[in-house]
Design a protein around this ligand. Sequence first.
Ligand code: NAD
Ligand code: DAU
Length: 345
Amino acid sequence: MITGGAGFIGSHVVRLFVNKYPDYRIVNLDALTYAGNLENLWDVEAAHNYIFEKGDITDGEGISRLFETYHFDSVIHLAAESHVDRSIQDPLAFVRTNVMGTCMLLNVCRQQWSKDSGGKLFYHISTDEVYGSLGPTGYFTETTAYDPRSPYSASKAASDHFVMAYYHTYQLPMIISNCSNNYGSHHFPEKLIPLMINNIKNNRPLPVYGKGENVRDWLYVDDHALAIDKIFHHGRVGEKYNIGGFNEWKNIDIVNLLCRIMDKKLGRAEGESAKLISFVKDRPGHDMRYAIDPAKLNRELGWKPSLQFEEGLEKTVDWYLKNEEWVKEVTSGAYQRYYEKQYQK
Ligand code: NAD
Ligand code: DAU
């Protein structure tokens, strides 16, 4: 079972597994919230080894029924509320899904696998944000102490702790990976990169928080999916793995780079799109810098990112320009209301 498979990263993981492992039966459990979209998976929906189940991870009875139907031997858990700004607007939604939902899944796995946990695995997909905020130097390693600072990262940290607790207390076989910022196709346009691409295209202001000096470590989403594949098949049970892109960028530099790429693609004069940049009030508690040290993953499993950022960003821009319908669909209705609330002066 893959949870959250209709979302951004989940859809890339589902696609990879469905295409690469024809002998696996892959069940995608997703509640289809605003962030989940079955269009993301149109190309695999008819595959013989793929099944979609609409359901909520907080619904223990529903998950138990799925276990009884499919006898899952492993769970890759991506379903979550994932946007920091939304967690500031509505923290309890994050407690519900990320903490309660993860606990519910853990509990069902524990019950279902209690007689024989051999060959079973609960693989929890987490974030580097659990480690908090770095100054100008240093990196997050697997032993960095947790120091979450937003409701989103606190809820993800809590879920990581519960996964660990189920391992130590009930010997539930588990692995956790903590990844840096992903980018690529099917990324919901509430997050920095797709939001800026959409706004540049539509000549709307480009809202940069604070001075734009916060730093993130960006990884192409397919490289994250490949890391998940490696860890799922070859990672050591009971371990944590950090996944990162060796690719730190200040927000303002990314926005300027996107403006340059899109000036060319849209046939605008050089510097035209950058005129849209607008510095807006900062995100409360805005983490300054994230940077991952993925040495353990590289050493133990031989993983490293495959794509240069400039190349990945260009592919991403091309995807958004080619898939206007997708963007139109996900940015109608509720998105407009969220946008007005988030970016009101
Ligand atoms: P996303 O918001 O794009 O997708 C989340 C998916 O989960 C959606 O399909 C949604 O419908 C589903 N979902 C939400 N609540 C649910 C519920 N109660 N029951 C069942 N399904 C539910 O998220 P994403 O960016 O793809 O992130 C996926 C996972 O990876 C999350 O756990 C996130 O914390 C983690 N992560 C994300 C990033 C990133 O840069 N996006 C980086 C590191 C880790
Ligand atoms: O590090 C991993 C995390 O990366 C994931 O766990 C989260 O699910 C994912 O959303 C992402 O969190 P961030 O908060 O880093 O991503 P976001 O795209 O929201 O913001 C990236 C940076 O850009 C951050 O410093 C805030 C800034 N920003 C964001 C938006 C949406 C802006 O300046 N303006 C904006 O409008």
